[in-house]
Design a protein around this ligand. Structure first.
Ligand SMILES: NC(=O)c1ccc[n+]([C@@H]2O[C@H](COP(=O)([O-])OP(=O)(O)OC[C@H]3O[C@@H](n4cnc5c(N)ncnc54)[C@H](OP(=O)(O)O)[C@@H]3O)[C@@H](O)[C@H]2O)c1
Length: 265
């Protein structure tokens, strides 16, 4: 349930996929993003315009009145931008990042009050998301800030989890296996079909059903295909076809071996 009276002043740093979705969700639940700060004017202006917020490209013009500064920028830029912002923000500013794979501690050299607000979903600007379903993992350097972040997060989604740096790093590894790798494998299927002038649409229902099944069952118990069946004749035919794609043949071999070693004990 949204807490309508709760409207802290939020400064959004970044204007990429996460900043875009986060900014619009905050606006949707009645929390104003007062300023967007972004390296490139084009993206910053576009996001700020659609949020009705101020914007700047200049770190020295960042508002000092924020109650929460959210760094939604590339992982490898977080530490250095935090160091830069330290010169312009009040000493007691609360600064968080949105990264699953980056320790909250990268902010500790610059800010005493720091934390993480990691929405566990794959965000692309052009693709809508259902915020009510998104787990939001939070962490903070003090108990008071953790409580404050929990309040912000509960306005985004009812699924809020307090997750330490160590646990979040593990969740992030698991998320890479659950999302990044399967998506890459979808793109491999797309490439193979395209090269044979076949439509990727052939596979869309299969992909959807695979994702649907694991909503209620363990993926391990749902494994199908030649590797889990030990169907070596089919595997050999696939490998023969894949000789024209040496990299994919290697990927096929590795995944097949991995499935066999997990399932044929
Ligand atoms: N996308 C996801 O699915 C997802 C999900 C959860 C968490 N996250 C995390 O959220 C954060 C943002 O991810 P994203 O997907 O929104 O990234 P993104 O779409 O690639 O946007 C990156 C943002 O970082 C800015 N940026 C890049 N290099 C910079 C630098 N050196 N200094 C200052 N700003 C810089 C970019 O500015 P310009 O506009 O000028 O290029 C842009 O605003 C990351 O920590 C990521 O791990 C991502």
């Amino acid at each position: 349930m949204r807490e309508s009276a709760f409207s802290p002043k939020i400064i959004l740093i970044g204007a990429g996929n996460v900043a875009w979705h986060l900014g619009h969700r905050l606006r949707e639940v009645g929390i104003d993003v007062v300023q967007v700060v972004n390296r490139s004017a084009e993206h910053g202006r576009a996001l700020a315009g659609s949020l009705g917020a101020d914007w700047t490209v200049d770190s020295s013009s960042i508002s000092r009145k924020g109650e929460l500064y959210i760094l939604a920028i590339r992982d490898d830029a977080i530490a250095s931008l935090a160091q830069e912002l330290k010169n312009f923000l009040p000493e007691n500013a609360l600064v968080v990042h949105t990264s699953g794979g980056t320790p909250g501690a990268v902010l500790s050299a610059s800010f005493r009050r720091h934390g993480v607000l990691y929405p566990l979903q794959s965000f692309s600007r052009e693709q809508q998301v259902v915020w009510e379903d998104i787990p939001v993992c939070i962490d903070a350097s003090t108990e008071a800030d953790l409580q404050f972040l929990e309040k912000v997060a509960r306005n985004l989604s009812p699924k809020v989890f307090k997750v330490t740096d160590d646990a979040r790093a593990i969740v992030h590894v698991a998320a890479v296996f659950a999302n990044n790798f399967p998506n890459f494998l979808f793109s491999v299927s797309e490439l193979i079909l395209e090269n044979e002038r076949l439509p990727f649409d052939l596979l869309r229902p299969l992909i959807l059903e695979t994702a649907r099944k694991v909503q209620t069952r363990s993926p391990a118990s749902m494994q199908t295909g030649p590797a889990v069946r030990g169907d070596d004749a089919t595997i050999a035919r696939h490998q023969q076809y894949l000789e024209r794609y040496p990299e994919l043949a290697e990927l096929y071999r590795t995944l097949t071996l991995s499935i066999k070693s997990r399932h044929q004990k």
